[in-house]
Design a protein around this ligand. Structure first.
Ligand SMILES: [Zn+2]
Ligand SMILES: [Zn+2]
Length: 508
């Protein structure tokens, strides 16, 4: 299995290299066709572009449309993102990741002076931050860099996009139509929540699919007409809500989490991050904060005094997090002394805000809708032996990921590297290492690195079974699994330290 996993990775690198080689060839063909220009063939003008599309589509078994998309992609990558394109050659990225990057930079005017800087910046992030770039993490990284290099462009685009809000209908076949509307990100989420709340108020015998109920609920909400359970049973238990109630309750029930810096909130240029949406700009953050229903909470607990302040020596400055070389980190209690297993609400909110998404690589599930997991298992018998209830040892996991961790044989670890970056890794049962997310929200908001939550010393100590030195450890499967994981983590740490000594500081 170990070598199969290696082979799988190697085949992906080869595929990336192949895609790069194909882009290169298509680009050469395009250049030649377009330089040749129009040709006259039996009185018909064939443009260079059309000639190129014919060649690429016929040689690669693509439709004309598919060939056009490939050629456009090729030209964009060669002309605007050459350094990013090199990461494909080197097997660091895959084709779909380049497509995401190209689409997030597509609206920058071709003559903008920020394009080469942006290209270099994105490529540097991809090369130095090893690990998983999911669609959402990639989008957040590119959006944040675009905003940093040209905030006015992004502000202008938001205004334009919002000005273009509207409602459309499309006629479909078979007596149906599409009804759609463009509105602000937060209004989309609130409206969707209202529709689902009404649609879900039927009893389990209703008979309609979720989609059908949602569609009927949209209509009922728009027209103020009744929405009823269609089970037709006398004993129907549905409590179909009054439309007015749904609308009223949604405005108090829907929570949209937005993370930002205090300075941005107070008028400085900067970004925010909206759960379920990604990067939003300063003006948008401030508009949200000005809503009458907005609740603004600092991430550091208001009434709990910090446990202490520690100075952390930071690694060399990166282009991305211009932080002083020594950072003051403020430490707050991560759990209540009465129950060291349970994180405090402030600690839980902090961990979710720091991760943004589920802690599993390539899972874009919201952290605010995820469980919190002790990465190194908490040990109820012997808390000093297990993982702590601290922001450094907790991460959010979606229900599926949490169950997979708890009942599967994979191990995950979370630690800070030499540069103070939070790194996660998962390790297959046979010991194959796979890096977790390349970035967290610490990359969007470096101030998050100055906050820690740690498990306070217990007072009074939790009662614990006194055992002699020769007593065997608790003989149950969970304890055995945890002991195995502890040993595996220790082995992994030694391995990491060994690599660090051989290679010098890790390249990320
Ligand atoms: Zn019913
Ligand atoms: Zn997940």
């Amino acid at each position: 299995m170990y070598s199969l996993m290696d082979e799988l990775k190697a085949s992906q690198c080869r595929e990336s290299h192949e895609h790069w080689a194909r882009y290169k060839t298509v680009h050469a063909i395009a250049e030649r066709c377009i330089t040749t220009g129009n040709t006259f063939d039996g009185g018909i003008v064939v443009t260079g572009e059309a000639d190129c599309v014919q060649r690429v589509s016929r040689q690669l078994s693509l439709t004309r449309r598919q060939a056009e998309i490939l050629i456009d992609e090729t030209i964009t990558l060669h002309e605007n993102l050459p350094e990013v394109l090199d990461t494909l050659r080197d097997g660091i990225t895959t084709r779909w990741q380049l497509q995401v990057i190209a689409s997030r930079t597509a609206l920058i005017p071709a003559d903008s002076s920020i394009i080469p800087i942006l290209d270099a910046d994105i490529a540097a992030n991809l090369r130095t931050k090893k690990g998983a770039w999911s669609r959402a993490r990639l989008r957040d990284m590119v959006d944040r860099l675009v905003f940093r290099h040209d905030p006015d462009l992004v502000r202008e685009r938001r205004k334009e996009a919002l000005d273009n809000r509207g409602m459309w209908i499309d006629i479909l076949d078979d007596g149906t139509g599409v009804f759609s509307a463009v509105m602000s990100a937060e209004n989309t989420r609130i409206a969707a929540k209202a529709v689902r709340a009404l649609a879900d108020s039927v009893c389990k015998h209703d008979g309609r699919t979720v989609g059908q109920r949602n569609s009927d609920a949209v209509f009922a909400l728009c027209t103020g007409t009744a929405f009823e359970c269609l089970c037709g049973r006398d004993d129907c238990t549905a409590q179909v809500r009054d439309l007015g109630d749904v609308v009223a309750s949604v405005s108090s029930e829907v929570r949209i989490h937005v993370v930002t810096d205090a300075a941005t909130l107070n008028g400085a240029p900067g970004i925010g991050w909206m759960d379920g949406h990604g990067v939003v700009i300063d003006e948008h953050v401030r508009d949200l904060a000005a809503r009458p229903d907005a609740v603004i909470t600092p991430l550091t607990p208001v009434r709990t005094p910090p446990m202490g302040v520690v100075a952390e020596t930071d690694g060399p400055d990166t282009d991305d997090t211009p932080a002083p070389s020594t950072e003051l980190v403020i430490v707050y209690p991560g759990s209540l002394p009465s129950d060291p297993y349970r994180p405090t609400q402030a600690c839980a909110d902090f961990v979710r805000s720091r991760h943004g998404y589920c802690g599993e690589p390539f899972c874009d599930h919201s952290a605010f809708d995820s469980d919190l997991d002790h990465v190194a298992e908490f040990d109820r018998q012997n808390p000093s032996r297990g993982g702590a209830t601290s922001s450094e040892n907790l991460n959010p996991k979606c229900r599926y990921g949490h169950l997979h961790k708890t009942f599967g044989d994979w191990i995950d670890v979370q630690y800070r590297d030499e540069d103070g970056r939070l790194i996660t890794e998962c390790i297959t049962p046979e010991g194959h290492r796979i890096l977790g997310d390349a970035e967290t929200l610490e990359d969007l908001f470096p101030n998050l690195r100055r906050i820690r939550f740690e498990q306070p010393a217990q007072a009074p100590p939790t009662p614990r079974v006194i055992t002699g030195d020769d007593t065997p450890p608790p003989n149950n499967r969970t304890a055995a699994k945890h002991a195995r994981r502890r040993a595996e983590r220790a082995r992994n740490r030694r391995e990491r330290e060994r690599r660090g000594q051989i290679d010098g500081p890790a390249p990320f």
